[in-house]
Design a protein around this ligand. Sequence first.
Ligand SMILES: Nc1ncnc2c1ncn2[C@@H]1O[C@H](COP(=O)(O)OP(=O)(O)OP(=O)(O)O)[C@@H](O)[C@H]1O
Length: 530
Amino acid sequence: MSSHPDPTSPSASRASAGEGTLLEARGISKSFGGVHALEDADFSCEAGEIHALLGANGAGKSTLVKVLSGVQRADAGTIALGGETVSFAGPADAARHGVATVFQELSLFPHLTVAENILIGHQPTGFLGQISQRRMRAEVRGLFDSLGVDHIAPGAHVSDLSLADRQLVEIFKALSKKPKLLILDEGTSALGRKEVQRLFDLLRKLKAGGTSVIFISHRMSEIREFVDRMTIFRNGRHVATVKAAEASDGEIVEMMLGQRVERSFPEKTAVETNAPPLLELSGFSAGSGLHDISLSLRRGEVLGLAGLEGQGQGTLLLALFGAYRGIGGEVTIAGKPAKVASPWDAKASGIALIPEDRKTEGLVLPMSVRENITFSVLGRLGRFGFVSPAKEKAFVARMMERLAVKAASMELPARSLSGGNQQKLVLAKWLETGADVFLFYDPTRGIDVGTKQAFYELIVGLTREGKGVILYSTETSELIGLCHRVAVMDDGRIALTLQGDDITEQDILAASLGVGRGRGEGAAVMEAAQ
Ligand SMILES: Nc1ncnc2c1ncn2[C@@H]1O[C@H](COP(=O)(O)OP(=O)(O)OP(=O)(O)O)[C@@H](O)[C@H]1O
């Protein structure tokens, strides 16, 4: 049974449990100081159901997940699993009861192998009780085969894997515990389209076998096609539980935000085509990952990077930000040769990067929201290197408002913010640094629809100020809606650049697959790919 979708209806404030209920949480409250992360919240999940938990950044989703998986204790409320009231002492206890969780923050040991990470704590042992590497790798290979994953070697070190592959390893780690309930908190945010489809295939198999899945994602299209029911949270409370087919995207967004939001892209800035380029690359290369890239970016322009996952899009952004040694070719900014041998060089040349892994690359988590925001602008706020506290506070307050950062105080550690709000901080950090070229690495991953809109305004706002933007996005609609040109990458090279009306989903996909280059032909490719 599901509640009525109308958020204003009193019946919608309680999720009711059905006969085959596996998990039922009732009246869960959890506060951090003055912040009510959860307030009298209900949530229930049936056996063999795929259930999405939706809500804006800071709605309390991750806190509920932490409570359900024994990481945090609720201040009030009850949890029943299979009809029995439970109170988990910790994640290991939750796992013993059949609850396995993939958290937003990855928890892998980079120096251990893939197999060691997946089977940590329950490694197969040999005849004399010793840990058997051979059996461990065989077991992991079997698990990979069941999902059709053949590109990750069980013996590889996690430190050598891409973020997408690390996320897959994290999911396999949870699956290796053979859970009754698998919770994925943004478990697919770093995965490409193909990997997501593969994961869904596996989850459907698990579901057929009676496993339940709770799934948190900000990618609406992903959720739609895949889940049975959806529960919407707002400000720490249960708003409604609906069948996936029962509510439109617009209605769900309205329930999440408490207001109607039309997703639309701001008008693109007009670009002076005869103006000299702001950034120019010629024969730019980085090791084996990037070959002979030549491109130009004008002031006011958004250049998109597309292609199948891992074709050099990320490498290009990172290399431009000085993250790689041994780069070749020439980089000029505003007609002058620019050095990008290190991030310091890149920053001095006027390049800013909004990185992919914002948790580890973008923020100093134990430091306060205020310190994180002012980190890269110190010196610009006051004279002679001294920062005036009043100016600093006013600046931070302005940035928080501009990006709608939800935090009870700017003195709280960045760690205490919800995932999406942490991402906004990274952006805030860079916005006022005086950079001319902004490199965005999939910037709206993991942020809610309302904030996405704010990000679009922000990106276009930068171009109106005469900045240039290179945008790598895994959301094709963003490339179409925001970019003047889209460079499709293949095997570390630019395969094709689309422009104006040629930037369509079909053409991007066709170019990514290296076939049917031209309008119309992409449609056939789309059908074939489905
Ligand atoms: N340890 C903590 N200390 C202080 N406040 C916290 C802590 N953990 C969470 N919060 C606050 O509780 C609220 C809910 O956060 P939560 O992480 O559950 O949101 P969320 O729905 O998962 O958001 P997102 O989509 O951004 O991941 C936020 O306002 C957050 O700042």
